[in-house]
Design a protein around this ligand. Structure first.
Ligand SMILES: *[C@@H]1O[C@H](CO)[C@@H](O)[C@H](O)[C@H]1NC(C)=O
Length: 461
């Protein structure tokens, strides 16, 4: 009896805390409705447009509360809100909301969409950056040194008032979603920075600096977009997506960082050298970096790249390029990159109809595999049961005597169906084998042959 009372008290206490928490949360994140559209103009708003049924939105919820709390506690002028975009779809579509959740910072007439990882720190950094002035001025050498230390890539306008500065401010207010923009007078820069003419727009990165040239580099915004990454990067799935937005091809050394073999180190070193020594040649069209492990790339190209190796991706059309022979020297690598540039290299993949069908099949297969991996019993039940039923039906049809042509056709159709199912079973077997279950050696060889054949098939398609 005492126990029951205790647990009852506990439950009451818990729900009371939950109530306190949720009311505190309401204070940090404002629930927005139709009236928001007319009342928002005096403030800068960070808004989460969500749908009640969406899983990613639910995941974001606690993070969003933390974002609201921290911005409020730090005295930020940014107000944090959330809007059920399904209930107020008219407002949401006016702000260009298409998927859920969509995070936007709204500042007067301007709306900025957040595309980074959905973590508290990243979102807060974004809000502070975008809510502040588009161009921040650097009044002293100390400030310059300070920001140079903090940012891997630093854009600075150098000089007084000019048409170039107006253009710079325009570009900054658009591209501040990606990076910071600064301005300074020439005497703030270190003596080692000699600018041939003023005013100039300069980017400091990779231990050096590069100046925007209106005649060679095209529009300022396209130049900023191309230069906003370091010349050489560690690349993961998210960075690759971001790099894609620059429209550049991405040359990647796929390596195993846990096993720093000579080959691993050599390929990484070669890509690094090309990035710096051939910057003039390739910077306009290529981004360079390395990636740890081949899992991500394999999923992307629906194949298997060896580790270590070099691959060039065109993220705009999902094509990729592999060197026709192993890259051993800098010259070979430069030759390979040039062949991609002049179109003589063989392109694989792409976003054609066949590739898209292949993508659907590939994703379906990955899903089946992952179900089996996480729960073999469930997998057997989900896929084995229908397989069993179909086999039985097929058996029944095959053994039934009949000379009706239509039925034969039907039978053939069904056989086609079972073949596919059997392939899945084979995959399941393959998976078990990979998991370390012993198998007959002849079978193992057969497997290798099959794999090689499919590798060739992949190349030819
Ligand atoms: C990369 O894809 C884009 C978009 O389809 C295309 O215009 C460009 O020529 C491609 N680049 C190379 C080197 O194939």
């Amino acid at each position: 009896m005492a126990e029951l009372k205790a647990s009852l008290a506990c439950a009451v206490l818990l729900s009371y805390t939950a109530f306190l928490l949720s009311s505190a949360v309401l204070a940090f994140v404002e629930d927005l409705d139709d009236t928001f559209k007319d009342n928002r103009m005096d403030d800068v708003w960070l808004v989460d447009f969500y749908a009640p049924w969406c899983g990613y939105c639910k995941k974001l919820e606690p993070i969003w509360h933390d974002v609201g709390a921290e911005l409020k506690n730090s005295g930020s002028p940014v107000r944090v809100g959330k809007m059920d975009a399904t209930a107020y779809s008219g407002v949401a579509s006016e702000f260009g909301v298409r998927g859920y959740p969509t995070i936007k910072l709204l500042k007067g007439e301007l709306a900025y969409t957040y595309k980074g990882p959905r973590t508290k720190d990243d979102i807060i950094e974004f809000a502070n950056r975008v809510a502040g002035p588009a161009v921040r001025s650097l009044p002293s050498r100390q400030m310059f040194d300070h920001v140079l230390k903090r940012h891997d890539v630093l854009f600075v306008y150098v000089g007084g008032e000019s048409p170039l500065k107006e253009k710079y401010i325009d570009v900054a207010s658009e591209l501040i979603v990606y990076t910071y923009f600064f301005s300074a007078s020439e005497d703030v820069l270190p003596e080692s920075v000699n600018l041939p003419e003023l005013p100039s727009v300069v980017v400091f990165k990779d231990g050096s600096f590069f100046t925007y040239d209106e005649y060679e580099d095209g529009s300022l915004s396209s130049w900023v977009n191309r230069e906003r990454f370091q010349g050489y990067l560690q690349i993961d799935g998210f960075t690759l997506y971001e790099l894609g937005e620059t429209g550049k091809l991405v040359a990647i050394a796929v390596i195993d960082e846990k096993e720093p073999t000579e080959e691993n180190i050599r390929l990484k070193g070669l890509i690094q050298r090309v990035a710096t020594e051939y910057r003039e040649h390739f910077n306009r069209d290529f981004q360079f970096g390395h990636m740890d492990g081949n899992d991500y790339i394999n999923g992307l190209i629906m194949g298997e790249v060896t580790v270590p190796s070099i691959i060039i991706l065109n993220t705009s059309n999902e094509q990729y390029f592999l060197p026709s022979e192993p890259v051993e020297t800098l010259e070979q690598l430069v030759h390979f990159i040039n062949s991609v540039l002049d179109g003589s290299a063989q392109a694989y993949g792409g976003d054609g109809i066949f590739q898209r069908i292949k993508r659907v099949a590939y994703d379906a297969r990955s899903t089946v595999m992952s179900v089996f991996r996480s729960s073999p019993v469930l997998g057997c039940f989900l896929f084995g049961l229908p397989l069993g039923v179909i086999s039985l039906m097929c058996y029944g049809i095959c053994t039934a005597e009949s000379d009706d042509g239509a039925e034969e056709l039907e039978m053939m159709k069904r056989e086609g169906l079972t073949d596919e199912e059997e392939e899945e079973e084979e995959e399941e077997e393959e998976r078990r084998r990979q998991a370390g279950k012993p198998e007959a050696p002849e079978d193992e060889e057969g497997e290798v042959e099959r794999d090689e054949k499919s590798a060739v098939e992949k190349k030819t398609d």
